[in-house]
Ligand binder design. Structure first.
Ligand SMILES: Nc1ncnc2c1ncn2[C@@H]1O[C@H](COP(=O)(O)OP(=O)(O)O)[C@@H](O)[C@H]1O
Ligand SMILES: [Mg+2]
Length: 300
C-alpha cells in the first residue's frame, strides 16, 4: 500500500472505537460514560463498568499500584466461558485544579483508549484495549479508567535483561541479543509509523514469554503518546534517550549492546555505520541532559 492509502485507512479506523458498531458498544450509567469492546459486554463486565471503584476492593483482585495520580489492579473475569484477566488503570482525582484543567479536555482514560486503537491499526503491539470510562460531575472530571487484557506470563524488559546478566551463559547471552534486536525493531516500526511514545522506559515494554513460542513484545503506558504523520529526529532521539536512561547499567547492557541496538533500529548492516554514530552521539547527549536534573551520569 502507498503511504497515502495507509494514512487514509488509519484515519477511517481511528473513529471506529468511539462509535457503537460491530466492534464496540457505548456505555452510560448515572455516573460513568465510556466504551466497551463488544465481545466483553456480559453481565459480569457491565457490573464492573457500573462500579469500577468497588473492583479495587474485591478479594479476587490484586492491587499493583496505588498512588496519588494513578492506581492499577488485575482482576479475573469470565468471557464466553473463558477465564481472562484484565488490567485496570485508574486516573485518580487530584484536586480542584485538576478538575478545572480537565473541564474541556479529553480525560486520560479516553485519550489512551483512542491512542491504543491507533497503535493497533498501525500493527504496533499493545495489550488489547477492552474499555474506558470517565466519571464527571457535570463537566468536572472526577476520575477516568482504562482497561486492557492482561498479558499473561509477561515480564518488563529490564527484569529480563537483568536476568540475562545474572546468569551470563552462552544461551542467555544469545537470548539477550535477540531481545535487543526485537526491541530495536519494535521501536523502529513505531517511529516509522509516526508514533512517539513519550515515556519509553524499559518498564513500559512488556515481554510475553510462552513455552515453545517466540517472545512477543508489547508497549504499555501510552499516557504521553502522540501520533503524527511523520516524527522529527528530536522526537525519536527523545524516546531513545529515555529508554537509555531507564537502563543505565552498562554491566547489564554494554556499550556494544547499545550500538547493536541502534544498528537494528536504523536498519543498517554495520555498527560502525555513520548513522549509528550520529544517533549515538545525540542520544548520549540527550541522556546526559536528562540525568543532569537528578545529578546522575551515564558512563559509556
Ligand atoms: N495489559 C497488561 N498486562 C500485563 N501487565 C501490564 C499490563 N498493563 C500494564 N502492566 C504492568 O503494569 C505496570 C504499570 O502499568 P503502566 O500502564 O505502565 O502504569 P504506570 O503509570 O503505573 O507506570 C507496567 O509496567 C506493566 O508491568
Ligand atoms: Mg509505566
Amino acid at each position: 500500500m502507498t503511504d497515502r492509502m495507509m494514512i487514509k485507512q488509519w484515519r477511517k479506523r481511528n473513529k471506529r472505537c468511539m462509535k457503537s458498531n460491530k466492534y464496540f458498544e457505548s456505555f452510560k450509567s448515572n455516573t460513568h460514560k465510556g466504551f466497551i469492546k463488544r465481545d466483553f459486554c456480559n453481565d459480569e463486565f457491565l457490573d464492573l463498568m457500573h462500579n469500577p471503584d468497588r473492583t479495587f476492593s474485591q478479594p479476587a483482585v490484586s492491587i499493583i499500584k496505588d498512588s496519588h495520580t494513578t492506581s492499577s489492579c488485575v482482576m479475573p473475569i469470565k468471557i464466553g466461558g473463558r477465564k481472562v484477566e484484565v488490567h485496570i488503570k485508574r486516573y485518580n482525582y487530584q484536586n480542584i485544579f485538576y478538575a478545572l484543567k480537565n473541564l474541556f479536555r479529553t480525560s486520560r482514560g479516553k485519550r489512551v483508549w483512542k491512542v491504543a486503537h491507533r497503535l493497533i491499526s498501525r500493527n504496533i503491539p499493545t495489550p488489547l484495549p477492552i474499555s474506558f470510562l470517565e466519571q464527571r460531575k457535570g463537566r468536572f472530571l472526577i476520575k477516568s479508567f482504562f482497561i486492557t487484557q492482561k498479558i499473561d506470563q509477561s515480564l518488563p524488559l529490564h527484569t529480563l535483561l537483568q536476568e540475562s546478566f545474572l546468569n551470563a551463559q552462552i544461551e542467555t547471552i544469545k537470548n539477550k541479543n535477540v531481545l535487543i534486536q526485537q526491541t530495536a525493531r519494535l521501536i523502529r516500526a513505531m517511529h516509522d509509523r509516526g508514533v512517539w511514545h513519550g515515556d519509553l522506559k524499559s518498564a513500559n515494554i512488556l515481554v510475553e514469554k510462552k513455552d515453545g513460542q517466540e517472545d512477543k513484545l508489547y508497549l504499555v503506558d501510552l499516557d504521553s503518546t502522540r501520533i503524527k504523520t511523520r516524527l522529527e529526529r528530536k522526537d525519536k532521539i527523545g524516546d531513545l534517550a529515555r529508554l537509555n536512561v531507564s537502563l543505565l547499567n552498562t554491566r547489564i547492557v554494554s556499550t556494544p549492546d547499545r550500538l547493536r541496538f541502534l544498528k537494528y533500529y536504523l536498519n543498517v548492516s554495520k555498527k560502525r555505520d555513520i548513522r549509528v554514530r550520529d544517533y549515538w552521539k545525540e542520544a548520549v547527549l540527550k541522556t546526559q541532559k536528562k540525568l543532569r536534573k537528578s545529578g546522575r551520569k551515564f558512563i559509556t
